[in-house]
Design a protein. Structure first.
Length: 656
């Protein structure tokens, strides 16, 4: 049997490979972890046995997930969304759980197992849906807010399920007593921890923060999270409940946002290990032996859940189009469903063969989630007359605002950048039409007389209604490369040659956007650096004309003179792992290096994605860089390119 360290190494190796593949295919990493577990589990390749030690290791992922949910549990947010959270969310969880219990009893499973299965059925994937809706720009739409509200209640509902389900494993005649004891324990422990712990946690974190040590702060977070999890477990409850309480206590302090950032790496890694162990539960042979059952269990719950969510949404007086979109988004299974399913399986509340089929069905529904959400627009338009009328009315309103406009500017996104641009255009007498998806922002701006409407700028119909055929330019004011590429594709099909100005965060995607047809790409990181440099030059006495000339030269080169910088350990991790960022790197030619005594032309290291921008010689003027430059021992070469090409060039120069 593999040792614990061997199991962890197998987990990590499988996760790295499969998750990298999932990212390449633009699938959620969660699905990659599940697939990794299927492959290395005891029912497939058999690298890792399904032992109590393995499952206990996986529980730490749930601990940090519940801690994160506790951080989000704050009264102001709940009060702001109380109608959706405690109205629509509560109704959805109750109705879905009741349906699950009824279905379980019809097929011969006891009501105890039905409660666990109904709770698992009620859950949807927060990780998948937030990512999908965020990419589609729908988090601020009505159905997006409803989905987030329901997901928030689902996350909170996991806590009572974690308390109730273990009590259901008792003998039938002892269930009322066991359930009462479990609920009483939970109430007492929660009351003591919440009332006694609130002031203690705030005071202790303040003491720790004053030491100004990030390591000490993180160690205290781990101690508090795991310590409270230990207390609740020894009180007969669960590890996850204690972690949830720890998150709640910290959410009331001013350190909440710092804690979220510090705990994220631990949560993501350990949660990934948890999903690997969930994938290990799947017996592929058992699934292949009963494919019709798996298909039925993957289809019927999704349809039933869609009907419940859409029906309740209509009951709460949402438009039919919103109800359909909300139901489609929440129809698939979720990560907490796996938590409850694993708990039910460990307590023998559900038969093992049926558990395999249910697990496979949940996996299939999660794989289908991106495709279901992508098709939600077409489905809502087809089956909802209200949605069709609303879309038509919306486009008509946009068109009526721009029907007399010619040579106007279409602004995609009306945040701070879009609003500043609109003011400057208006000052010059240039008409504009702004498209945005934030209802509150639109309501306030439109009331003030701004030309802004509710519309998705990445949709072809919205751009046409905004007068794309008559516009003189399009400006994408928000930094979203995926949405910008959609807009550029529509513009190139409808108005090839129309100037499109795109805002991006940095220079990573500049070449891709230029290739897609962008006339100008403005990287805010480089532009802010340029403004900082120009103000510094002016205040140090450099003439205005020279500053303007230098700034103009940088912009004319499309920021090529500024692209690339020396990276350090304090730079963000995501910048260092993408492998696409242009950066600078210094290489010292020690005596005996392969490049010593050879010219730059002979080495052939220069290419489109790698340049030698400078050569420094101690005590001598820097020689001009060219094909005839002869390298000497002690030369310091400044390379500019992608991390991969820089590494290749360094090996070639040094002879490694």
């Amino acid at each position: 049997m593999p040792k614990t360290l061997e199991i962890v190494l197998i987990f990590l190796a499988a996760s790295v490979g499969i998750v990298a593949l999932a990212r390449k295919l633009h699938l959620p990493p969660l699905l990659g972890y599940l697939l990794a577990g299927v492959l290395i589990g005891p029912h497939a390749l058999g690298f890792v046995p399904n032992t109590p030690e393995t499952r206990y290791l996986a529980e730490f992922g749930v601990v940090f997930l519940m801690f994160s949910i506790g951080l989000e549990f704050n009264l102001p947010r709940l009060m702001a969304m109380r109608g959706t959270v405690f109205g629509l969310g509560l109704a959805q969880v109750l109705a879905t759980t009741i349906i699950g219990v009824a279905a379980a009893m019809l097929v011969g499973i006891g009501w105890q197992g039905g409660v666990a299965l109904g709770g698992a059925l009620a859950m949807s994937s927060t990780a998948i849906l937030v990512k999908l809706l965020g990419e589609r720009g729908e988090l601020e739409a009505q159905h997006g807010r409803d989905v987030i509200g329901i997901l928030l209640f689902q996350d909170l509902a996991v806590v009572p399920f974690l308390v109730v389900v273990p009590a259901l494993a008792s003998a039938p005649e002892n269930i009322p007593v066991a359930l009462g004891i479990a609920l009483a324990k939970a109430a007492v422990v929660l009351a003591v921890l919440l009332f006694a712990g609130r002031r203690l946690v705030r005071a202790w974190l303040t003491v720790v923060a004053r030491r100004r040590s990030n390591e000490l702060f993180i160690l205290n977070l781990l101690l508090m999270t795991l310590g409270l999890a230990y207390i609740t477990e020894h009180a007969g409850l669960s590890l996850a409940l204690g972690a949830f309480v720890a998150g709640m206590l910290i959410s009331e302090t001013e350190y909440r946002h710092q804690v979220e950032e510090d705990i994220k790496p631990f949560r993501d890694v350990l949660l990934g290990l948890f999903f690997v162990t969930i994938g290990m539960l799947l017996d592929v042979r058992s699934v292949l032996a009963q494919p019709l059952l798996v298909l039925m269990l993957a289809t019927l719950p999704v349809l039933a859940k869609f009907a419940v969510v859409a029906g309740l949404s209509r009951f709460f007086r949402r438009p039919s189009g919103t109800a359909i979109r909300t139901g489609l988004a929440l129809a698939q299974a979720g990560e907490f469903g796996f938590v409850l399913l694993a708990q039910a399986g460990g307590l023998k509340l559900v038969d093992g063969a049926l558990m395999d089929a249910i697990l496979a069905a949940m996996l299939l529904s999660m794989f289908a989630a991106p495709f279901i959400v992508a098709a939600s627009d077409r489905i809502a338009m087809r089956f909802s007359r209200d949605e069709w009328m609303l879309q038509s009315l919306q486009l008509t309103q946009i068109a009526s605002r721009t029907i007399k406009s010619t040579r106007h500017v279409i602004i995609c996104g009306y945040g701070r950048n879009g609003q500043v641009l609109s003011k400057l255009l208006a000052a010059e007498g240039i008409e504009y039409m702004a498209l945005d998806l934030d209802p509150e922002r639109i309501r306030e701006a439109a009331a003030a007389g701004d030309a802004v409407v509710y519309a998705d700028a990445s949709r072809r119909e919205s751009l046409m209604a905004a007068g794309l055929a008559r516009a003189q330019a399009v400006v994408i004011s928000y930094a979203d490369t995926a949405a910008a590429l959609k807009i550029l594709r529509h513009v190139s099909e409808i108005r090839p040659g129309l100037p499109v100005i795109v805002r991006v965060k940095d220079d990573t995607e500049m070449d891709k956007l230029h290739a897609a047809g962008a006339a100008e790409v403005v990287p805010e990181a480089l532009e802010s650096s340029l403004m900082l440099a120009s103000h510094t030059l002016l205040l140090t006495g450099v003439p205005v004309s020279r500053v303007v000339r230098r700034v103009g030269a940088v912009r004319e080169s499309r920021y090529g003179l500024l692209r690339g910088f020396f990276h350090g350990s304090s730079d963000e991790a995501e910048d260092l792992t993408e492998g696409r960022h242009i950066r600078l790197h210094s290489v010292i030619l020690e005596p005996g290096a392969a490049a010593t005594g050879r010219t730059l032309g002979q080495l052939r290291v220069v290419s489109e994605d790698l340049q030698v921008v400078a050569v420094r010689r101690p005590g001598q003027p820097s020689p001009p860089v060219g094909p005839d430059l002869l390298f000497q021992a002690g030369d310091v070469l400044v390379l500019k390119g992608t991390p991969e090409r820089i590494a290749q060039a360094e090996r070639q120069l040094l002879g490694g």
